[in-house]
Design a protein around this ligand. Structure first.
Ligand SMILES: *[C@@H]1O[C@H](CO)[C@@H](O)[C@H](O)[C@H]1NC(C)=O
Ligand SMILES: *[C@@H]1O[C@H](CO)[C@@H](O)[C@H](O)[C@H]1NC(C)=O
Ligand SMILES: *[C@@H]1O[C@H](CO)[C@@H](O)[C@H](O)[C@H]1NC(C)=O
Ligand SMILES: *[C@@H]1O[C@H](CO)[C@@H](O)[C@H](O)[C@H]1NC(C)=O
Ligand SMILES: *[C@@H]1O[C@H](CO)[C@@H](O)[C@H](O)[C@H]1NC(C)=O
Ligand SMILES: *[C@@H]1O[C@H](CO)[C@@H](O)[C@H](O)[C@H]1NC(C)=O
Length: 295
């Protein structure tokens, strides 16, 4: 009975530890935007293999990406120069050059929808629109989409990004800023040019942000949270270690007591059954153990 009880305490300690571990590791699930782009590149290549004309195709994505919208178009550079290219949210005007010059290219347009803030964040700012963006790849080969990115350079109008929606009803709209997410986590702020519109000269990912709580307050608040959490974790660890030591000690004591009682019983039977080896029994009776046995 007592042994079962201590087994149960082991179970509880184990559960506390594993839930702590899952809390710590669960907070850091990684959403890598570059891996996402690579995946879209892969699906774009598959879609292009099935469709050969110069229209915009929606890329079917696995169900675990539902909420994102990705489409692709293949174009000749000459066609891009003459007519530009539009998706629902991004308008590339005519008179745009591809650099390096390639015969054909493919433009992958993305709208990350409700996934946006999982992949893109800026400390001190809140995204108020989905992240939309585009990448341009060399498609000269016409059978396989190259990994090589192509830079566009505008010669007259800029490329404009028309966000599907901006969630800032209760916010100060004069504080809205366009943001461009560049390679290696760099960010670039710009003023909006019209309601829901930002402009750019280059491919990338874009969103609209508003400053969140003042940076200083956020930081102090964060330290309070970190302090509280680490103190709690430390306390739980301390209690767990104390509990383990307590249980181990109790187990040792129990074992000693069992041994003592076994010995005592043996002695009893010895005494009752007769004085066959009284001297030997007396030697076996350890004074310390006997003393211990007395509750
Ligand atoms: C969806 O599943 C694919 C593989 O099946 C995986 O590579 C991808 O990371 C998953 N996407 C998300 C958003 O979890
Ligand atoms: C893109 O849209 C603009 C205006 O919204 C239009 O003038 C232009 O013809 C469109 N281009 C293409 C290739 O559809
Ligand atoms: C396109 O790429 C494939 C595989 O990399 C290659 O076998 C083929 O010759 C290339 N075609 C052209 C026109 O370059
Ligand atoms: C692109 O698709 C073609 C045709 O399905 C395939 O042969 C090629 O290996 C694919 N390339 C990449 C980079 O996935
Ligand atoms: C909005 O922000 C601007 C600039 O930060 C400031 O001058 C203005 O007073 C603010 N308006 C309101 C209503 O808070
Ligand atoms: C952005 O707008 C603010 C006022 O809203 C103005 O003070 C600032 O100069 C503008 N910045 C640029 C780069 O146009």
């Amino acid at each position: 009975m007592l042994l079962m009880g201590s087994d149960r305490s082991w179970l509880i300690i184990f559960m506390v530890f594993s839930s702590l571990l899952s809390l710590i590791s669960g907070g850091s699930d990684s959403h890598d935007p570059e891996a996402l782009d690579a995946l879209f590149h892969y699906y774009a290549n598959q879609t292009l293999a099935k469709h050969r004309t110069g229209t915009l195709y929606k890329i079917p994505l696995p169900s675990n990406f539902s909420g994102m919208e990705v489409s692709v178009i293949r174009l000749r550079s000459g066609s891009l120069w003459a007519r530009g290219s539009n998706s629902s949210f991004i308008k590339i005007p005519p008179r745009v050059r591809a650099f390096p010059h390639v015969k054909r290219l493919a433009i992958v347009y993305e709208n990350l929808g409700e996934w946006s803030s999982k992949y893109y964040q800026i400390p001190g700012y809140t995204l108020v629109s989905p992240v939309v963006g585009f990448n341009v790849y060399d498609f000269s080969n016409a059978t396989t989409l190259s990994d090589r990115k192509v830079t566009l350079s505008t010669t007259s109008d800029p490329i404009s990004i028309h966000f599907p929606y901006i969630e800032a009803e209760d916010k100060n709209v004069t504080e809205l800023k366009c943001v461009k997410f560049g390679a290696g986590g760099s960010v670039e702020f710009k003023n909006m040019t019209a309601r829901n519109v930002c402009v750019t000269g280059k491919a990338g990912h874009f969103s609209v942000v508003i400053p969140s709580m003042p940076e200083k307050k956020v930081r102090i608040w964060k330290w309070w949270v970190i302090g509280f959490v680490s103190a709690t974790v430390g306390l739980v660890l301390l209690i767990s270690v104390a509990a383990i030591i307590f249980i181990l000690l109790r187990r040792l004591k129990m074992k000693a007591m069992e041994k003592a009682s076994d010995n005592a019983e043996n002695l009893d039977t010895f005494w009752v059954r007769g004085d066959k080896m009284p001297s030997a029994s007396m030697i076996r009776t350890q004074p310390v153990l006997e003393h211990d046995y007395v509750p």
